[in-house]
Design a protein around this ligand. Structure first.
Ligand SMILES: [Zn+2]
Length: 113
C-alpha cells in the first residue's frame, strides 16, 4: 500500500527531528581577523604606509540585540573551539529550516482535503 503524502511528510519530519545536531557547543557570533599596530617608533611591521602590523588577532563579534555588539578577543588556543561553535550554530539553523520546510509542505497538503 502506498502511503499518502501527508503520512510521508510526517514520517520524514519525525526522522529529521531525530537528527538534530548536538547543540552543546553552539555559539552565535562571527569571528573576525584583525591586525594591530604597536606604535613603537621604528617597528618595521607598523611603519606608516608599509608594514601589515602585528597579528592577526581574532575577535569574536556577538550581537546583543538592538544593534549592540560585543567584541571579545579570542586567544589562539581557543579559536578552534569558537569556530566549531559557530559552525554548529549554522548547522542547527539549517536543520531548523529543513524541519520548517516540511511543516509548510504538511500544511499545504492538509489544506487540500
Ligand atoms: Zn609594531
Amino acid at each position: 500500500m502506498v502511503k499518502d503524502k501527508t503520512a510521508q511528510i510526517i514520517q520524514a519530519r519525525e526522522r529529521l527531528a531525530q537528527q538534530v545536531p548536538d547543540p552543546t557547543l553552539v555559539l552565535a557570533g562571527s569571528l573576525m581577523k584583525r591586525m594591530i599596530r604597536c606604535n613603537k617608533p621604528g617597528c618595521r611591521h607598523c611603519e606608516k604606509g608599509q608594514g601589515q602590523g602585528h597579528g592577526p588577532i581574532w575577535i569574536l563579534s556577538v550581537s546583543l540585540g538592538s544593534r549592540r555588539v560585543r567584541q571579545i578577543p579570542v586567544p589562539a588556543h581557543l579559536k578552534q573551539e569558537v569556530e566549531e561553535g559557530i559552525r554548529r550554530y549554522a548547522e542547527i539553523q539549517k536543520w531548523l529550516k529543513q524541519v520548517s520546510r516540511l511543516s509548510v509542505d504538511l500544511l499545504e497538503e492538509r489544506k487540500k482535503r
